[in-house]
Ligand binder design. Structure first.
Ligand SMILES: [Zn+2]
Length: 298
């Protein structure tokens, strides 16, 4: 699997989830995310050994979604790498059941929500990190908060290359899923502004090819959220239940929701949209007849 080189120190392994590769002191190599499963982890180790003659000594985790940290355990087992992860998300690395349980309203998740895409192998965490400067394997790294897509997602700016995780999704992924999963819409909208302002010569999203500039991708992802929020306000004119609003949004955007995982990823996303609209005074919320009702503010 060929590395794509972006600076003297920084490359990435393109894949379903991109794995960042940073050359540190000596033959030390730092990965940014590892991928979804053991196969992805083994491929990353092989690429680092064969193409750089290096050894993985650390993993910088962007966020606690199984497709990004699912291979951590395999990499740690084979290399002894130290795992860095942002606070809060780090708990999900150690206790991965928190991901499907959170999506499923905090309850014991359906067995169909326990596949590898939502329930990863547990990963050890050696360092809990916060936004700001960090040094790993002798390399200065700036940790940038990009919370929103996950509770506390971060990006990593290294040697002019910005690993921006899932703060933006490429057009091909948005075309497929129509609406992206979000934990907090309020935080995500701020993170899009943050990401656009990070000075870099290249940006590597979690999915899709790297770009010279994030402007276009930020605009695409922002426009989509604006459209989703506008449609929610129309659907809540009723008043309406979150269930009805969710069904209306999925139909309006043609989201391919035909199984439990896709449904339980977008149900919390719609609730996150409603929390944002409530926080900004655009909808009100009441409980009546055993239901939670949402109403657009006149
Ligand atoms: Zn993600």
């Amino acid at each position: 699997m060929p590395l794509i080189h972006l600076s003297p120190r920084v490359s990435y392994i393109p894949g379903g989830v991109n794995a960042g590769v940073i050359r540190g002191d000596g033959d030390a190599v730092v990965l940014v995310d590892t991928g979804v499963n053991d196969t992805a982890g083994k491929k990353a180790i092989k690429a680092v050994r064969e193409e750089l003659g290096g050894e993985v000594v650390a993993i910088l985790t962007t966020h606690a979604h199984a497709d990004h940290f699912g291979a951590n355990a395999a990499v740690v087992k084979r290399t002894g790498a130290r795992v860095y992860a942002p606070e809060f998300d780090e708990a999900v690395l150690r206790y991965p059941l928190l991901q499907p349980a959170t999506l499923y309203g905090g309850a014991d998740p359906l067995d169909t929500l326990r596949g590898g895409f939502l329930l990863a192998h547990a990963s050890p965490v050696d360092e809990v990190i916060r936004p700001g400067p960090l040094s790993v394997a002798g390399v200065p790294v700036e940790v940038v908060s990009l919370a929103g897509h996950s509770i506390n997602q971060v990006g990593y700016l290294v040697d002019g290359v910005f690993f921006c995780a899932d703060v933006v999704l490429p057009a091909a992924v948005l075309d497929k899923y129509k609406i992206p999963y979000l934990f907090s819409v309020t935080d995500h909208l701020a993170a899009l502004d943050t990401a656009r302002a990070v000075p870099c010569q290249a940006a590597v999203p979690g999915h899709g090819p790297h770009v010279a500039n994030l402007g276009q991708l930020v605009a695409l992802n922002r426009a989509l959220m604006d459209a989703v929020l506008a449609r929610l306000l129309e659907l809540a004119a009723g008043p309406a239940t979150a269930e009805a609003i969710l069904a209306g949004v999925l139909a309006s955007f043609g989201a391919p929701v035909t199984d439990a995982p896709s449904f339980y990823l977008l149900q919390p996303t719609v609730l996150a949209c409603l929390s944002h609209l409530h926080r900004t005074g655009k909808v009100s919320q009441t409980i009546a007849d055993g239901r939670s009702w949402w109403t657009t503010t006149p």
